[in-house]
Write a protein that binds this ligand. Structure first.
Ligand code: CP3
Length: 382
């Protein structure tokens, strides 16, 4: 029923720069990809969406594959991210979801009795199309462009389940955390089991990196993030790490929380190889707080891409400078070079990205400019 995991392409060629950077190895240039790189700012995505609903795109492997490839073709990014959504596992748990375009859940989960109605689905039965899309993509993607699989972190999944949709403040969720913490923990456990099987299955199908989005963890204080978010994210990432052999041993993991500046050092506790950061904290300040033996991903303000090309280039340079410095002692990628200018010299410890998803208003040429500028400024002189 389940086809085997495709052979690692690195058997024959050098491993892709993105994967080597995830492992903290010294790389010839800083890899770059863009959060939400497949999406509404691309005319070719909007053309597909004119003919098919968003969830139909997620549930049809050929469409998900085509949309995933669109930014790879247009931008020349160093990694592809599966086209899907963090809420795709919800129907398998027993909660239908619509996108209008913001998510709207058929019902909310706010009590022990509600939690009892949830299932931990067998991911292969409830979302087979996701793993089919992964397998298809591994055949279609160029060998030097690895595929990132992803899921919502348990806390962020629980946030949508309690609220019944999106929210600016997630007050219902925060009310539950502080009035019925035992119920919240039961819900988080169900989300953890669901997400663990969903994400490990993506890796078994061929995803070459595994990313957890904890978009709403930034709502929490340092003490509460350690109670409600990080231990559950860690359990999911431990499940990925415990895969062995051809199932995906050694696949790098990325933990990306929104607005983590207040507790960025705690991100380490999720146990990921790479920590994703938004733009509210400079990469140099983040580095000082998280230490040297973890890779940072980010963190250009997506709104910068709405500005003029000269400004975009300057801001890309500044993120590269902050990301390139002072990482010479990375545990798994020792390098002899000290801090560099915008980007000359051995580079370790940084994957360029935006600090949050690309805005739908972004001119596609500006996204391309970001990718080209990272290549140009971070490549070593030949
Ligand atoms: O990055 C990619 O290119 C892969 C695809 C991807 C989508 N959503 C596609 C999508 C990824 C990685 C996500 C993650 C996601 N989804 C997150 C975590 C990252 C983040 O942005 O914080 C969250 C919180 C969601 C939930 C979600 N999905 C919302 C709030 C919305 C509606 C508003 C919005 O931001 O677009 C969605 C819908 C959604 N997910 C769209 C896309 C392309 C737009 C749907 C459309 O085409 O109308």
């Amino acid at each position: 029923m389940v086809a085997g995991r495709p052979a690692a392409r690195s058997d024959t060629a050098a491993e892709a720069v993105f994967l080597r950077a995830c492992r903290g190895e010294e790389v010839e240039r800083t890899p770059v990809w863009i959060m939400r790189q497949a999406g509404r700012y691309l005319p070719e995505y909007r053309a597909v969406r004119e003919r098919h609903e968003f969830l139909v795109c997620c549930r049809t492997p050929e469409l998900a594959c085509e949309i995933t490839l669109q930014p790879v073709r247009r931008l020349g990014v160093d990694a592809a991210i599966l086209f899907s959504d963090i809420l795709v596992p919800l129907p398998g748990m027993g909660i239908d979801v619509r996108f209008e375009p913001g998510p709207r859940l058929e019902r909310a989960i706010r009590s022990d009795a509600d939690v009892d109605t949830l299932r931990v689905p067998d991911a292969r039965e409830s979302t087979p199309y996701v793993f089919d899309a992964v397998r298809l993509l591994r055949r279609e993607l160029p060998p030097d462009v690895p595929l990132i699989g992803f899921a919502g972190a348990p806390f962020t999944m629980a946030a949508y389940l309690v609220e019944g949709g999106g929210s600016r403040t997630f007050t219902t969720l925060r009310h539950l955390l502080f009035t019925e913490p035992a119920t919240a923990h039961r819900l988080l456990a169900v989300c953890t089991d669901t997400v663990s099987s969903y994400l490990t299955e993506q890796v078994r199908a061929g995803a070459q990196a595994a990313m957890l989005f904890d978009t709403w963890a930034g709502l929490l204080s340092p003490a509460d993030v350690r109670q409600f978010a990080l231990p559950y994210a860690r359990r999911v990432l431990d499940a990925i790490r415990s895969l062995d052999g051809a199932d995906g041993a050694g696949v790098p993991t990325i933990y990306s929380a929104g607005e983590s500046a207040g507790w960025v050092e705690a991100c380490r506790e999720a146990g990921a190889d790479v920590i994703g950061l938004d733009w509210r904290l400079g990469l140099d300040a983040a580095r000082a707080r998280v230490g040297r033996d973890v890779v940072l991903q980010g963190n250009l303000d997506p709104a910068v891409l709405l500005g003029p090309p000269a400004l975009i280039r300057e801001r890309v340079r500044s993120v590269l400078e902050q990301g390139s410095g002072q990482t010479a002692e990375l545990k798994f990628g020792p390098t002899t070079a000290g801090p560099t200018s915008a980007g000359r010299g051995p580079r370790t410890g940084h994957i360029f990205n935006l600090g949050h998803g690309i805005l739908p208003e972004t001119p596609p040429d500006h996204a391309r400019l970001v990718v080209d500028t990272v290549r140009e400024l971070s490549g070593r002189p030949s």
